[in-house]
Design a binder for this molecule. Structure first.
Ligand SMILES: Nc1nc2c(c(=O)[nH]1)N[C@H]1C(S)=C(S)[C@@H](COP(=O)(O)O)O[C@H]1N2
Ligand SMILES: [Mo]
Length: 429
């Protein structure tokens, strides 16, 4: 994107003084114009729509309408109006929706930057506000550009640096998304006709100063250093390169090695427990004594309570299910082969029937935001939902949740609580 400033060795541009006199006076790339902006804009229109929908789905997947422990945005009010019971089938659902959300978010970064570059003259328009209507439009642009930057930056920081904003990432990214999407919709309504017109009609830039030039075409263009098609190709290659070093984390297994941008490294180790670990036991302060011989599983519900030792848990009927782990960060594992006790079986211990209610799941973890979650009744009732004690034929490793962890089809990774010590059916009521 080096089209500003002319050819190396060419005549230096005449000196500028003061603020740009006309839109585009200071920005001289001959590439800028309605066509290029419209192409980037239409790609973003499609991409951001998918990002928004998959983002809302991810939010619904947390069952935030179910309980305060799941809900990181208790003041969501009307914004939560669309929430629905997150299904357990297909069991790979969250793997897909969140894999798409994160991969697409990363891949769109070059397009977003290119789009911003293409409209820079507009962002520095002079005078900044010409009329009340123009002022409103400028304000919406501020929300649009600021909102896009905010959503991409918070999303990517979260994926890369692992919850850098403790507990508040959801709040920031969720409310930010609504602010951004409002400005985005306004922008699309006003600009879509122009964009469609531009891609259909104009491959060459219209003359500067005409209405069709839309303030994007430079009145004094520098000589080109790259063709418009070349610029598109560069942006496309940038996106493709990001795709190539990102997507492996959502495919998992061998492909994880190709995910150079994946958080927590490329190599999750080998053997039955050799798949991606989100937080190790040590990193969340699990002490060996927490999960040693003194560990108990407490099952409560219907006014009854049963305490089980590890041995007693193993003596219950064991079931199997093949399910992936799919994290909000976009990485996921292929199906792992879990075995353990069905949640319905545990509910039966306290006398509950097959209409198993929701359940509060608590781990031995002290503090932290992921130590307890509430599962919806469609999740506790599913025959594939287990309190797993083994994976791929081996006892769970401490990092994967030994002695017991929850695994639920279709659920986000954050609901597959590790180091479980208590299950309370029917709560919160
Ligand atoms: N107790 C507890 N359980 C937890 C977590 C945690 O921090 N503490 N992390 C969750 C998240 S965010 C994910 S993605 C999965 C990852 O499981 P894994 O580390 O076995 O791959 O565990 C979940 N279970
Ligand atoms: Mo996660």
């Amino acid at each position: 994107m080096k089209a500003d400033g002319g050819k190396p060795g060419g005549k230096p541009p005449p000196p500028e003084s003061g603020p740009p006199r006309a839109p585009g006076a200071a920005w001289r790339s001959p590439l800028r114009g309605p066509w290029l902006t419209a192409v980037f804009g239409l790609v973003l229109l499609a991409g951001i729509t998918v990002l928004f929908v998959t983002g809302l789905l991810s939010y619904a997947a947390y069952n935030p309408d179910l309980a305060a422990v799941n809900d990181q945005t208790p003041d969501k009010g009307l914004l939560g109006l669309y929430l629905f019971p997150w299904p357990t089938s297909p069991y790979w659902l969250y793997r897909i929706t969140q894999g798409v959300h994160v991969t697409l978010g990363v891949v769109l970064v070059p397009v977003l930057l290119a789009k911003l570059w293409s409209v820079i003259p507009k962002l520095f328009e002079w005078p900044p506000v010409r009329s009340p209507a123009h002022g409103v439009e400028r304000l919406s642009l501020l929300l649009l550009v600021g909102g896009a930057g905010f959503e991409f930056v918070t999303g990517i920081l979260n994926v890369q640096l692992h919850y850098i904003f403790p507990g508040s990432f959801y709040t920031l990214h969720f409310y930010g998304a609504w602010v951004f999407i409002s400005a985005f919709v306004v922008h699309v309504v006003f600009r879509l006709p122009r964009a469609l017109h531009a891609v259909r009609r104009l491959r060459r830039n219209p003359p500067a100063g005409t209405q069709e030039a839309a303030g994007l075409v430079s009145p004094r263009p520098a000589p080109p250093t790259i063709s418009r098609r070349g610029a598109l190709g560069m942006v496309g290659l940038g996106s493709l390169a990001l795709f190539a070093v990102t997507v492996g984390q959502s495919v998992g297994g061998w492909f994880r090695q190709t995910a150079l941008l994946a958080p927590h490294g490329q190599d999750p180790g080998s053997g039955p427990n050799g798949f991606q670990i989100n937080k190790t036991a040590a990193s969340v302060g699990i002490r060996p004594s927490d999960i040693g011989p003194a560990w108990r599983l407490t099952v409560r519900g219907a006014g009854r309570q049963v305490d089980l030792t590890y041995g007693q848990l193993l003596a219950l009927p064991q079931s199997e299910s093949s399910l992936p782990i799919a994290c909000v960060e976009g990485w996921s594992t292929p199906d792992q082969h879990w075995s353990g006790v069905r949640l319905t079986e545990l509910a039966a211990l306290v006398g509950l029937g097959t209409d198993t209610p929701r359940a509060l799941v608590e781990s031995v973890q002290r503090g932290g935001s992921f130590g307890s979650v509430v599962l919806r009744d469609n999740q506790t009732r599913d025959a594939r939902s287990l309190l797993a004690v083994r994976v791929n034929g081996a006892v769970l490793s401490p990092d994967h949740g030994y002695p017991a962890r929850v695994i639920v089809p279709g659920a986000p990774g954050v609901h597959t609580t590790k180091w479980v010590t208590r299950l309370t059916f029917g709560e919160p009521a």
